[in-house]
Design a protein around this ligand. Sequence first.
Ligand code: GYE
Length: 304
Amino acid sequence: ESGGSESAEGSGGDELISIGFSQVGAESGWRAANTQSIQDTLTEENGFDLSFSDAQQKQENQIQALRSYIQQGVDVLAFSPVVETGWDAVLEEAKSAGIPVILTDRAVDSEDDTLYESFIGSDFVLEGEMAGEWAVEQYDGEGYKMVELQGTTGSAPAIDRKEGFGTAISGSDIEVIDSQTGNFTRTEGKQVMEGFLQKYDDIDLVFAHNDDMGLGAIEAIEAAGMTPGEDIKIITIDAVKDGMQALADGKINYIVECNPLLGPDLAEIAQKVVAGEEVEKRIVVEDLAFDQEAAVEALPDRQY
Ligand code: GYE
């Protein structure tokens, strides 16, 4: 076996597992918590030599990072693919080099599931459904007009959350009057919401694919002289601290959780893969959901 660790310090014993991780970016509170979980878990103490890079939400940067890790001959590659398509070539390269790949958080849409060992992350369709079901429970029959703030175009969570929510509200009288991407960021969420507020004067409900865009929408709604959570209801996904605070404050109405703490699962799967053990192809992370009351209760103990 070749190992990849070149640190010359007399590490008297076990060899570290070298792992190259290509992160999507730093677009949201969720992403910050996810990065921290990975960096806190894949430490030398735990037997890892982690190389980490931030792709700034650009697929070409991710591909470049993966190629350079392949060249370095890391033991394991891991990444959270910014979009679903376009990974086959680089995954084939990893396979030819004999380097196992673990997907975290977001899926690739490749037909060939031998291109990766395992995919760890939430069920985004289910998250969208949970959000949509609550919307129907609360608001069906009121003729609500809804706008949607979509995540990054072509990303698994944007595609799946849109689909799940759409399915859940399909039998109701909630009408989606517009839907645009806010790229999972607060700034773009705010900009897109400003545009919606200029275009429509009858918005009742916002579904934002993450908390950050919902928080941006809150700023836009307040700037337009309305009260978020009352004049315009808001449903989001993630349940990071800032989102939960806004929910507890009554500015958001409902949040479906998406757990970003994937470091421990990634560490375990990476160890197994390197040891040649069988791993599960799909590890689904369980998510909760919170209304305003539940947020007040949960907030003090939130880890992220
Ligand atoms: O919901 C959003 C982040 O891929 C699940 O990406 C993740 C999403 C998360 O930017 O806040």
